[in-house]
Design a protein around this ligand. Structure first.
Ligand code: ADP
Length: 387
């Protein structure tokens, strides 16, 4: 019987998981699922199965997952667990086998990604406490470590750069998957100037040449760049000074405002979900969608300048893969780049949605971060260089 690998993506109140069968260096998906509402009445979903479970914390939720995995009779031996970890800081440019020293370093990065990192690490703690399987950390920042120093710097004093105040970039597992997919399936595209738009609840852009990250719209934190579901995106830092000085806001107030109350939610007052906004009759919902598209056009322009043009623009993430109106509105604004969308292909969610004469090819490629984590984890466990 084939062996298998478990992939975990632990968030504040949910854990997404995937199980892959391993055949040599190849992987095939066995099942995906998630545990929701950790900290309350937990719910476990896997394939057709959906049931309530006790899940007071990550450890209890993972104990349930472990029991369920043991009941599956065709998984063979579990070789290890790959974990999504948001921040690898300046030191982790590749996936890494987790030990106490690595965990200590990763915990020190908690303040840099307060919404994600502590929960990612809770998942790792729970797995390590419950069994002796090897755990591998796969980072959202690692893909961007190829960027030149000039791009990573802020115009701040040197000591702050040395201290780690620099642009890291995120969504790297999604970008690594797209690069991996292009290298395998579309090598000519992979070799060109590719702009990837990862548009989900979190959203960013990555300028890629030859499958390597040159620049991204996110920076030090997951707040910069595009407007997101509840995050503000690009903002004048003077606004933060004003809020502190004139409104008496402290760090906690600002974190709450910028991460949880802004973006599409803040602009619309209706919600953070793109589908909901597109269906809403409220003028503020339309304003939020227009703002999202305007910022997208603007950031695309910035990264097109970095690459000296764009050959291919890839849409991915929940909005990029599905939202025909957002892609159509963007294409209308991005005519200046020589972009012409094929309305029928866009409506059909085809893999190529640009018209034949378009100077930039527009593609839709569903991302698969879990598969990327599985590939990276397997490479580490097999002592190979990860993709
Ligand atoms: P996350 O960043 O949490 O992984 P996703 O990549 O799942 O998020 O993206 C979630 C976003 O995708 C939401 O704004 C949702 O409305 C949007 N989305 C998903 N499907 C559609 C669709 N069919 N049409 C428009 N938007 C969609």
């Amino acid at each position: 019987m084939a062996d298998s690998l478990l992939v975990l993506n632990a968030g504040s109140s949910s854990i997404k998981f995937a199980v892959y069968r391993v055949g040599g260096s190849e992987l095939s998906l066995k099942t995906k699922g998630q545990i929701e509402n950790i900290g309350g009445q937990g719910r476990f979903h896997a394939g057709e199965l959906s049931r309530e479970i006790p899940a007071a914390n990550h450890a209890e939720a993972l104990a349930h997952l472990k029991g369920w995995l043991q009941e599956q009779d065709d998984l063979g031996d579990l070789l290890g667990v790959g974990h999504r970890v948001t921040h690898g800081g300046a030191n982790f440019s590749k996936p890494v086998l987790i030990d106490d020293k690595v965990l200590t370093e990763l915990r020190a990065l908690n303040p840099l990604a307060p919404l994600h990192q502590p929960h990612n690490l809770s998942g790792i703690d729970a797995v390590r406490a419950a069994n002796d399987l090897p755990s591998v950390a796969c980072f959202d920042t690692a893909f961007h470590t190829t960027q030149p120093e000039l791009v990573k710097r802020f115009a701040l004093p040197e000591r702050l750069y040395r201290q780690g105040v620099r642009r890291y970039g995120f969504h790297g597992l999604s970008y690594a998957y797209i690069a991996h997919y292009l290298a395998r399936e579309l090598p000519a595209v992979h070799g060109g100037k590719v702009l990837v738009a990862h548009l989900g609840n979190g959203a960013s852009l990555c300028a890629m040449v030859n499958g390597r990250s040159l620049e991204t719209s996110m920076g030090f934190s997951a707040l910069d760049g595009l407007c997101m579901g509840t995050r503000c995106g690009r903002i004048d830092p003077g606004v933060l000074l004003y809020l502190m000085q004139s409104e008496g806001m402290d760090a906690q107030d600002l974190e709450d405002l910028l991460y949880r109350q802004s973006g599409l939610l803040g602009l619309s007052g209706v919600g953070s979900d793109m589908r909901q906004l597109l269906e809403s009759p409220e003028p503020s919902a339309d304003l939020a969608v227009n703002y999202f598209v305007h910022q997208l056009n603007r950031e695309v322009g910035a990264l097109a300048a970095t690459m000296g043009g764009i050959d291919t623009l890839v849409f991915t993430g929940g909005i990029g893969e599905n939202s025909r109106p957002v892609r159509a509105r963007f294409a209308k604004q991005a005519k200046w780049l020589g972009i012409t969308i094929d309305a029928t292909a866009n409506d059909n969610n085809a893999s190529v949605i640009s018209a034949p004469g378009s100077r930039v090819e527009l593609r839709v490629i569903p991302t698969d971060e879990e598969l990327m984590i599985a590939h990276q984890t397997l490479a580490i466990l097999q002592d190979r260089e990860p993709d």
